[in-house]
Design a protein around this ligand. Structure first.
Ligand code: PHE
Length: 366
Protein backbone atom coordinates (compact mmCIF):
# COMPACT_ATOMS: atom_id res chain seq x y z
CA UNK A 1 0.00 0.00 0.00
CA UNK A 2 1.39 3.39 -0.99
CA UNK A 3 1.92 6.17 1.56
CA UNK A 4 -1.03 8.09 0.24
CA UNK A 5 -3.31 5.11 0.40
CA UNK A 6 -2.36 4.36 4.00
CA UNK A 7 -2.73 8.07 4.92
CA UNK A 8 -6.20 8.03 3.42
CA UNK A 9 -7.23 4.90 5.27
CA UNK A 10 -5.82 6.25 8.51
CA UNK A 11 -7.48 9.66 8.16
CA UNK A 12 -10.87 8.19 7.30
CA UNK A 13 -10.70 5.79 10.24
CA UNK A 14 -9.94 8.59 12.67
CA UNK A 15 -12.78 10.70 11.26
CA UNK A 16 -15.21 7.80 11.63
CA UNK A 17 -14.01 7.20 15.19
CA UNK A 18 -14.56 10.84 16.27
CA UNK A 19 -17.39 11.05 18.75
CA UNK A 20 -18.00 14.77 18.93
CA UNK A 21 -17.70 18.04 17.05
CA UNK A 22 -14.65 19.18 19.02
CA UNK A 23 -12.64 16.06 18.10
CA UNK A 24 -13.71 16.50 14.49
CA UNK A 25 -12.49 20.09 14.48
CA UNK A 26 -9.10 19.02 15.89
CA UNK A 27 -8.84 16.44 13.10
CA UNK A 28 -9.78 19.02 10.47
CA UNK A 29 -6.96 21.30 11.62
CA UNK A 30 -4.53 18.39 11.82
CA UNK A 31 -5.33 17.20 8.27
CA UNK A 32 -6.53 20.16 6.22
CA UNK A 33 -5.29 23.12 8.25
CA UNK A 34 -2.46 25.33 6.98
CA UNK A 35 0.10 23.19 8.82
CA UNK A 36 -1.92 20.00 8.31
CA UNK A 37 -0.55 16.73 6.92
CA UNK A 38 -2.71 16.66 3.78
CA UNK A 39 -1.96 20.34 3.14
CA UNK A 40 1.74 19.52 3.55
CA UNK A 41 1.42 16.80 0.94
CA UNK A 42 -0.28 19.21 -1.47
CA UNK A 43 2.59 21.66 -1.02
CA UNK A 44 5.10 19.01 -2.18
CA UNK A 45 3.47 19.17 -5.64
CA UNK A 46 5.17 22.57 -6.20
CA UNK A 47 8.66 21.05 -5.98
CA UNK A 48 7.98 18.13 -8.38
CA UNK A 49 8.84 17.76 -12.02
CA UNK A 50 5.84 18.05 -14.38
CA UNK A 51 5.88 14.30 -15.00
CA UNK A 52 6.06 13.38 -11.36
CA UNK A 53 3.36 15.90 -10.56
CA UNK A 54 1.08 14.45 -13.24
CA UNK A 55 1.56 11.04 -11.74
CA UNK A 56 1.12 11.96 -8.03
CA UNK A 57 -1.33 14.89 -8.15
CA UNK A 58 -4.56 12.91 -8.76
CA UNK A 59 -3.95 10.67 -5.74
CA UNK A 60 -3.11 13.64 -3.45
CA UNK A 61 -6.13 15.62 -4.70
CA UNK A 62 -8.31 12.54 -4.20
CA UNK A 63 -6.97 12.19 -0.66
CA UNK A 64 -7.77 15.83 0.12
CA UNK A 65 -11.26 15.45 -1.36
CA UNK A 66 -11.97 12.20 0.51
CA UNK A 67 -10.89 13.73 3.83
CA UNK A 68 -12.93 16.92 3.23
CA UNK A 69 -16.02 14.87 2.29
CA UNK A 70 -15.65 12.56 5.29
CA UNK A 71 -15.29 15.55 7.66
CA UNK A 72 -18.39 17.22 6.15
CA UNK A 73 -20.48 14.03 6.39
CA UNK A 74 -19.45 13.36 9.97
CA UNK A 75 -20.15 16.98 10.91
CA UNK A 76 -23.61 16.84 9.31
CA UNK A 77 -24.34 13.62 11.21
CA UNK A 78 -23.31 15.20 14.54
CA UNK A 79 -25.48 18.26 13.85
CA UNK A 80 -28.48 16.10 12.95
CA UNK A 81 -28.04 14.11 16.18
CA UNK A 82 -27.77 17.31 18.19
CA UNK A 83 -30.96 18.71 16.60
CA UNK A 84 -32.83 15.44 17.28
CA UNK A 85 -31.65 15.54 20.90
CA UNK A 86 -32.84 19.13 21.35
CA UNK A 87 -36.18 18.44 19.70
CA UNK A 88 -36.66 15.52 22.07
CA UNK A 89 -35.71 17.33 25.27
CA UNK A 90 -36.83 20.90 24.65
CA UNK A 91 -40.39 20.25 23.53
CA UNK A 92 -43.11 22.53 24.92
CA UNK A 93 -46.33 20.68 25.66
CA UNK A 94 -49.01 23.26 24.88
CA UNK A 95 -51.74 20.98 26.19
CA UNK A 96 -50.47 21.29 29.78
CA UNK A 97 -52.72 23.36 32.08
CA UNK A 98 -51.39 26.74 33.30
CA UNK A 99 -49.37 26.42 36.50
CA UNK A 100 -51.34 26.83 39.71
CA UNK A 101 -49.75 30.22 40.39
CA UNK A 102 -51.26 32.65 42.90
CA UNK A 103 -53.84 34.70 41.04
CA UNK A 104 -55.68 37.86 41.99
CA UNK A 105 -59.39 38.58 42.13
CA UNK A 106 -61.56 41.50 41.07
CA UNK A 107 -62.46 43.60 44.13
CA UNK A 108 -66.21 43.65 44.92
CA UNK A 109 -66.21 47.46 44.52
CA UNK A 110 -64.82 47.15 40.98
CA UNK A 111 -67.26 44.37 40.22
CA UNK A 112 -70.24 46.41 41.47
CA UNK A 113 -69.10 49.47 39.50
CA UNK A 114 -68.97 47.28 36.36
CA UNK A 115 -72.44 45.97 37.18
CA UNK A 116 -73.75 49.53 37.54
CA UNK A 117 -72.18 50.63 34.25
CA UNK A 118 -73.79 47.63 32.54
CA UNK A 119 -77.25 48.22 34.00
CA UNK A 120 -77.25 51.95 33.26
CA UNK A 121 -75.77 51.50 29.78
CA UNK A 122 -78.89 49.49 29.01
CA UNK A 123 -80.96 52.53 30.06
CA UNK A 124 -78.92 54.82 27.81
CA UNK A 125 -76.56 56.28 30.44
CA UNK A 126 -72.91 57.04 29.63
CA UNK A 127 -70.15 56.94 32.26
CA UNK A 128 -68.66 60.33 33.25
CA UNK A 129 -65.74 61.07 35.57
CA UNK A 130 -64.30 64.03 37.45
CA UNK A 131 -61.21 64.74 39.56
CA UNK A 132 -60.88 63.49 43.14
CA UNK A 133 -58.87 66.61 43.99
CA UNK A 134 -61.63 69.13 43.47
CA UNK A 135 -62.09 72.79 44.17
CA UNK A 136 -64.48 74.43 46.56
CA UNK A 137 -66.58 75.88 43.75
CA UNK A 138 -67.46 72.57 42.08
CA UNK A 139 -67.81 70.60 45.33
CA UNK A 140 -69.93 73.19 47.16
CA UNK A 141 -70.66 76.62 45.67
CA UNK A 142 -72.02 75.46 42.28
CA UNK A 143 -74.13 72.89 44.13
CA UNK A 144 -75.93 75.72 45.92
CA UNK A 145 -73.79 75.60 49.05
CA UNK A 146 -72.25 79.06 49.28
CA UNK A 147 -69.38 79.86 51.66
CA UNK A 148 -71.40 80.04 54.89
CA UNK A 149 -73.88 77.26 54.09
CA UNK A 150 -74.42 74.99 57.13
CA UNK A 151 -74.53 71.85 54.92
CA UNK A 152 -70.80 72.30 54.30
CA UNK A 153 -70.10 71.48 57.92
CA UNK A 154 -71.80 68.08 57.53
CA UNK A 155 -69.28 66.94 54.94
CA UNK A 156 -66.19 66.58 57.19
CA UNK A 157 -64.05 67.85 54.35
CA UNK A 158 -60.32 67.23 53.87
CA UNK A 159 -58.94 70.61 52.72
CA UNK A 160 -55.59 71.40 51.06
CA UNK A 161 -53.69 74.54 52.01
CA UNK A 162 -53.69 75.64 48.33
CA UNK A 163 -56.06 78.16 46.79
CA UNK A 164 -58.33 76.98 43.96
CA UNK A 165 -58.48 78.59 40.48
CA UNK A 166 -62.01 79.94 41.18
CA UNK A 167 -61.07 81.30 44.62
CA UNK A 168 -61.92 79.12 47.61
CA UNK A 169 -59.77 76.16 48.58
CA UNK A 170 -58.70 72.86 47.06
CA UNK A 171 -60.17 69.77 48.72
CA UNK A 172 -60.76 66.03 48.31
CA UNK A 173 -64.25 65.79 46.86
CA UNK A 174 -66.78 64.80 49.51
CA UNK A 175 -69.29 63.40 47.00
CA UNK A 176 -69.57 62.69 43.26
CA UNK A 177 -72.09 65.54 42.77
CA UNK A 178 -69.46 67.98 41.40
CA UNK A 179 -69.40 65.73 38.31
CA UNK A 180 -72.99 66.92 37.67
CA UNK A 181 -71.74 70.50 37.31
CA UNK A 182 -68.66 69.54 35.29
CA UNK A 183 -70.72 67.47 32.85
CA UNK A 184 -73.35 70.19 32.31
CA UNK A 185 -70.65 72.82 31.75
CA UNK A 186 -68.68 70.59 29.37
CA UNK A 187 -71.49 68.99 27.41
CA UNK A 188 -74.62 71.12 27.74
CA UNK A 189 -77.97 69.33 27.55
CA UNK A 190 -79.53 66.78 27.19
CA UNK A 191 -77.54 64.53 29.56
CA UNK A 192 -77.83 60.96 30.80
CA UNK A 193 -74.80 59.90 32.83
CA UNK A 194 -73.63 57.97 35.84
CA UNK A 195 -70.42 59.05 37.58
CA UNK A 196 -68.82 56.35 39.76
CA UNK A 197 -65.75 57.15 41.82
CA UNK A 198 -63.91 57.70 45.07
CA UNK A 199 -64.99 60.29 47.61
CA UNK A 200 -63.44 61.35 50.92
CA UNK A 201 -64.73 62.37 54.34
CA UNK A 202 -62.98 62.58 57.67
CA UNK A 203 -64.98 59.79 59.30
CA UNK A 204 -64.13 56.23 60.36
CA UNK A 205 -66.00 53.33 62.02
CA UNK A 206 -67.44 49.93 60.96
CA UNK A 207 -69.70 51.56 58.37
CA UNK A 208 -67.60 54.64 57.46
CA UNK A 209 -64.08 54.88 56.02
CA UNK A 210 -62.26 58.13 55.14
CA UNK A 211 -62.33 57.03 51.48
CA UNK A 212 -65.40 55.37 50.03
CA UNK A 213 -67.21 55.07 46.70
CA UNK A 214 -70.30 56.69 45.29
CA UNK A 215 -72.10 56.58 42.00
CA UNK A 216 -73.86 59.73 40.89
CA UNK A 217 -76.70 59.68 38.38
CA UNK A 218 -77.80 62.70 36.36
CA UNK A 219 -80.52 63.14 33.77
CA UNK A 220 -81.10 66.56 32.18
CA UNK A 221 -83.73 66.87 29.48
CA UNK A 222 -87.09 68.53 28.79
CA UNK A 223 -90.16 67.84 30.97
CA UNK A 224 -88.34 65.49 33.34
CA UNK A 225 -90.27 64.87 36.57
CA UNK A 226 -90.16 62.83 39.79
CA UNK A 227 -91.91 59.89 38.08
CA UNK A 228 -88.88 59.45 35.82
CA UNK A 229 -86.63 59.41 38.89
CA UNK A 230 -88.75 56.82 40.69
CA UNK A 231 -88.98 54.51 37.64
CA UNK A 232 -85.23 54.77 37.00
CA UNK A 233 -84.30 53.93 40.59
CA UNK A 234 -86.76 51.05 40.74
CA UNK A 235 -85.56 49.61 37.44
CA UNK A 236 -81.92 49.99 38.49
CA UNK A 237 -82.38 48.39 41.93
CA UNK A 238 -84.39 45.45 40.55
CA UNK A 239 -81.70 44.78 37.95
CA UNK A 240 -78.90 45.20 40.50
CA UNK A 241 -80.38 42.94 43.19
CA UNK A 242 -81.74 40.58 40.50
CA UNK A 243 -85.22 40.42 41.95
CA UNK A 244 -88.57 42.04 41.23
CA UNK A 245 -89.35 41.97 44.92
CA UNK A 246 -87.92 45.41 45.67
CA UNK A 247 -90.19 47.87 47.44
CA UNK A 248 -89.06 51.49 47.65
CA UNK A 249 -90.22 54.19 50.01
CA UNK A 250 -89.63 57.79 48.99
CA UNK A 251 -89.27 60.25 51.87
CA UNK A 252 -89.08 64.03 51.62
CA UNK A 253 -85.61 65.17 52.55
CA UNK A 254 -83.20 68.04 52.04
CA UNK A 255 -80.14 68.52 49.86
CA UNK A 256 -79.11 72.06 48.81
CA UNK A 257 -78.62 70.90 45.18
CA UNK A 258 -82.00 69.20 44.69
CA UNK A 259 -85.52 70.59 45.06
CA UNK A 260 -87.58 68.71 46.00
CA UNK A 261 -85.19 66.23 47.63
CA UNK A 262 -86.10 62.61 48.12
CA UNK A 263 -84.45 60.03 50.35
CA UNK A 264 -85.05 56.47 49.14
CA UNK A 265 -85.47 53.57 51.55
CA UNK A 266 -85.72 49.91 50.57
CA UNK A 267 -87.78 47.31 52.43
CA UNK A 268 -86.04 44.31 53.99
CA UNK A 269 -86.87 41.21 56.03
CA UNK A 270 -84.72 39.54 58.68
CA UNK A 271 -83.75 35.97 57.81
CA UNK A 272 -81.35 33.97 60.00
CA UNK A 273 -80.35 37.18 61.73
CA UNK A 274 -79.44 38.87 58.46
CA UNK A 275 -81.17 41.58 56.48
CA UNK A 276 -82.55 40.33 53.16
CA UNK A 277 -83.95 42.89 50.73
CA UNK A 278 -87.53 42.43 49.59
CA UNK A 279 -91.10 43.18 50.55
CA UNK A 280 -92.55 46.23 52.22
CA UNK A 281 -90.66 47.48 55.23
CA UNK A 282 -94.00 47.95 56.97
CA UNK A 283 -94.82 44.21 57.05
CA UNK A 284 -94.40 42.49 60.45
CA UNK A 285 -90.78 41.57 61.08
CA UNK A 286 -89.65 43.87 58.24
CA UNK A 287 -87.96 47.27 58.19
CA UNK A 288 -86.85 50.12 55.95
CA UNK A 289 -83.22 50.81 55.17
CA UNK A 290 -81.95 54.14 53.93
CA UNK A 291 -80.31 53.55 50.55
CA UNK A 292 -79.72 56.75 48.63
CA UNK A 293 -80.25 60.47 48.24
CA UNK A 294 -81.90 62.00 45.20
CA UNK A 295 -84.15 64.72 43.90
CA UNK A 296 -84.95 67.10 41.07
CA UNK A 297 -81.86 69.15 40.22
CA UNK A 298 -82.16 72.59 41.84
CA UNK A 299 -82.76 75.45 39.33
CA UNK A 300 -79.82 77.33 40.81
CA UNK A 301 -77.47 74.41 40.06
CA UNK A 302 -78.70 74.21 36.45
CA UNK A 303 -78.16 77.95 36.12
CA UNK A 304 -74.66 77.91 37.65
CA UNK A 305 -73.84 75.04 35.28
CA UNK A 306 -74.58 77.26 32.28
CA UNK A 307 -78.03 75.97 31.28
CA UNK A 308 -81.44 77.71 31.24
CA UNK A 309 -83.56 76.14 34.02
CA UNK A 310 -86.78 77.17 32.25
CA UNK A 311 -85.78 75.00 29.32
CA UNK A 312 -83.96 72.11 31.02
CA UNK A 313 -84.92 70.06 34.07
CA UNK A 314 -83.67 66.84 35.49
CA UNK A 315 -83.09 64.54 38.40
CA UNK A 316 -79.99 63.37 40.21
CA UNK A 317 -79.16 60.68 42.72
CA UNK A 318 -76.16 59.54 44.71
CA UNK A 319 -75.60 56.02 46.12
CA UNK A 320 -72.82 54.49 48.17
CA UNK A 321 -71.20 51.79 46.03
CA UNK A 322 -69.58 50.02 48.99
CA UNK A 323 -72.98 49.93 50.69
CA UNK A 324 -74.54 48.34 47.60
CA UNK A 325 -71.76 45.73 47.53
CA UNK A 326 -72.26 44.92 51.24
CA UNK A 327 -76.02 44.51 50.77
CA UNK A 328 -75.68 42.31 47.70
CA UNK A 329 -72.73 40.15 48.70
CA UNK A 330 -73.16 40.03 52.47
CA UNK A 331 -70.06 41.66 53.98
CA UNK A 332 -70.66 43.44 57.27
CA UNK A 333 -67.52 45.47 57.96
CA UNK A 334 -66.71 48.21 55.49
CA UNK A 335 -63.15 48.65 56.81
CA UNK A 336 -62.18 45.18 55.51
CA UNK A 337 -62.84 46.46 51.96
CA UNK A 338 -59.67 48.53 52.08
CA UNK A 339 -57.36 46.40 54.29
CA UNK A 340 -55.89 44.56 51.29
CA UNK A 341 -56.12 41.22 53.15
CA UNK A 342 -55.58 38.47 50.56
CA UNK A 343 -57.87 36.05 52.43
CA UNK A 344 -60.74 38.55 52.27
CA UNK A 345 -60.11 39.13 48.57
CA UNK A 346 -59.97 35.38 47.85
CA UNK A 347 -63.29 34.98 49.63
CA UNK A 348 -65.23 37.99 48.35
CA UNK A 349 -63.37 38.77 45.11
CA UNK A 350 -64.52 37.84 41.62
CA UNK A 351 -62.85 35.97 38.80
CA UNK A 352 -61.56 38.23 36.03
CA UNK A 353 -63.57 36.03 33.65
CA UNK A 354 -66.80 36.85 35.49
CA UNK A 355 -67.68 39.98 33.53
CA UNK A 356 -71.10 41.32 34.49
CA UNK A 357 -73.49 41.36 31.55
CA UNK A 358 -77.24 41.78 31.51
CA UNK A 359 -77.70 38.61 29.48
CA UNK A 360 -75.51 36.40 31.70
CA UNK A 361 -76.56 38.10 34.94
CA UNK A 362 -74.94 41.01 36.70
CA UNK A 363 -74.37 39.10 39.93
CA UNK A 364 -72.97 35.65 39.08
CA UNK A 365 -70.79 34.33 41.90
CA UNK A 366 -67.23 33.20 41.07
N1 PHE B 1 -74.30 64.05 47.10
C1 PHE B 1 -75.23 63.53 48.08
C2 PHE B 1 -74.44 62.90 49.23
O1 PHE B 1 -73.27 62.62 49.07
C3 PHE B 1 -76.15 62.49 47.46
C4 PHE B 1 -77.07 63.08 46.44
C5 PHE B 1 -76.69 63.09 45.11
C6 PHE B 1 -78.30 63.63 46.80
C7 PHE B 1 -77.55 63.63 44.15
C8 PHE B 1 -79.15 64.16 45.87
C9 PHE B 1 -78.77 64.14 44.54
O2 PHE B 1 -74.96 62.64 50.28
Amino acid sequence: MSDIQSMTTDALQRITAATDLATLETLRVELLGKQGSVSGLLKTLGGMSPEERQEKAPAIQALRQAVADALADRKAAFEADELARRLATEKADLTLPAPDAPCGTVHPVSQVMDELAEIFADLGFAVATGPEIEDDWYNFTALNMPESHPARAMHDTFYFPDTAPKGGRMLLRTHTSPVQVRTMLAEGAPIRIIAPGRVYRSDSDATHTPMFHQVEGLVIDKDIHLGHLKWTLETFLKAFFETDDIVLRLRPSYFPFTEPSVEVDVGFAIENGRRVLGGSGDAPGHGWMELLGSGMVNRKVIEMSGLDPDEWQGFAFGVGVDRLAMLKYGMDDLRAFFDGDVRWLQHYGFSAYDQPTLSAGVGARP
